[in-house]
Design a protein around this ligand. Structure first.
Ligand code: UDP
Length: 143
């Protein structure tokens, strides 16, 4: 089993509904460690840059508008197979198709406002972590 790092966002809908603690509890209960965390309110430019790969998709404008509608929590999660583990905790993009007990089944209202983001591969995790965190903001759990 490989120890990996992945990038996660609690989106504006879930922050507004006060689900930060419940979602962090899911990460920790699954054995993932939060090794960096902060609240940010994205600018339009930051949201467009983060979702640049979707810039040609029909939902891009609505996605940027949603992601800038309120503060988000961004975090780095570390653990065994963290990228896939977090995707399993999150559930399918569309909450109507998300498995029972996943974050999106429990906290998301629609495919547009779906509570959480998680990197889909190690390479995107590395890029997304660097988009939000300087190296000094990440705190490996050494005691
Ligand atoms: N999205 C949307 N409408 C769609 C498909 C996607 O608003 O029809 C948004 C949604 O917030 C999703 C994000 O675009 O989480 C990125 O889409 P992707 O297919 O990469 O899904 P994810 O990796 O987030 O499950």
């Amino acid at each position: 089993m490989a120890i990996e790092r992945t990038f996660s966002i609690i989106k504006p809908d879930a922050v507004a509904k006060n689900h930060i603690g419940a979602i962090y509890n899911r990460f920790e209960s699954a054995g993932l460690k939060i090794i960096a965390s902060k609240m940010v309110h994205l600018t339009k430019e930051q949201a467009e840059g983060f979702y640049a790969e979707h810039s040609e998709r029909p939902f891009f404008g609505a996605l940027v508008s949603f992601m800038t509608s309120g503060p988000i929590m961004v975090q780095v999660l570390e653990g065994e197979n963290a990228v896939l583990a977090n995707r399993e905790i999150m559930g399918a993009t569309n909450p109507a198709q998300a498995a029972r007990g996943t974050l999106r089944a429990d906290y998301a209202d629609s495919i547009d406002e779906n509570a959480v983001h998680g990197s889909d591969a190690l390479a995107s995790a590395e890029r997304e972590i660097a988009y939000f965190f300087a190296a000094g903001e990440i705190c490996p759990r050494t005691r």
